[in-house]
Design a binder for this molecule. Structure first.
Ligand SMILES: [Zn+2]
Length: 187
C-alpha cells in the first residue's frame, strides 16, 4: 500500500490541555500502518497554516499514541503555531479523539451487538461493553425514549455532532472546540 499523501482538509477536535491551552487534533488522511512502519521518518505534510489563526506552523516534536490495530504505540507529529502558540497534533482520520479503535470498528461493534445481541469476536469485550454502556447513557440523556435500535441511536447521536461512546458527553461532545473553525488548505 502506497503512502497516502493527498490530505483531506483536516477536521479539528479541541482537547483541553493541562496548561489550559487548547490542543487541536488535525485529522489527516494518512495510513496508520505506514506511520508505524516508518516511525519518525514518516513524511507528514505540514498544514499551510494554523487552523485557528492562519499563521505558519512549526514542527513541535512527536507524541506517542496507541491504536487498536497495532501492538506498539506510534509517533504522531505535533505542530506549534508561531502566532497564537497553540499546539496541534496530526492524527490519522477515522478516529474519535481519545479512542484507539477506529470509528468504523466502534460502529460495527455497536451494530453487531444491536442486531445479534453478541459482541464482535475481533475486538476486546471489555472495550465493547464500555462503548455500549456509554452509548446507552448518552442516548438516554440526549434522545430520551428513542424508538429505534441502539445502532440507530448511535447514528442519530453522530448526526447531532456527538461522539456517541464518549465518557463525558457534556464536554467531549461540545463539537470541535470553540468556533469558528477556519478551514486549512494543505499543500
Ligand atoms: Zn495560531
Amino acid at each position: 500500500m502506497g503512502l497516502t499523501r493527498s490530505l483531506t482538509a483536516p477536521s479539528m477536535q479541541g482537547l483541553p490541555s493541562r496548561q489550559g491551552v487548547t490542543l487541536l487534533v488535525l485529522s489527516v488522511a494518512v495510513d496508520v500502518n505506514e506511520i508505524a512502519r516508518l516511525g519518525k521518518d514518516f513524511p507528514w505534510v505540514k498544514p499551510s497554516g494554523c487552523p485557528r489563526c492562519g499563521q505558519p506552523l512549526w514542527w513541535h516534536g512527536f507524541v506517542l499514541a496507541y491504536f487498536s490495530c497495532l501492538l506498539e504505540p506510534v509517533w504522531l507529529r505535533r505542530l506549534r503555531c508561531s502566532c497564537c502558540h497553540r499546539v496541534h497534533r496530526l492524527k490519522p482520520a477515522g478516529y474519535w479523539r481519545r479512542f484507539r479503535s477506529t470509528i468504523l470498528e466502534i460502529t460495527q461493534s455497536i451494530s453487531h451487538r444491536s442486531e445479534s445481541g453478541r459482541w464482535c469476536r475481533t475486538l476486546p469485550r471489555g472495550r465493547q461493553r464500555q462503548w455500549w454502556r456509554r452509548l446507552q447513557r448518552i442516548a438516554g440523556a440526549v434522545l430520551g425514549l428513542f424508538p429505534g435500535s441502539t445502532s440507530d441511536a448511535l447514528e442519530e447521536l453522530r448526526s447531532q455532532g456527538f461522539i456517541p461512546v464518549s465518557l463525558s458527553f457534556e464536554c467531549d461532545n461540545s463539537g470541535a472546540g470553540p468556533p469558528p473553525y477556519l478551514s486549512v488548505s494543505l499543500p
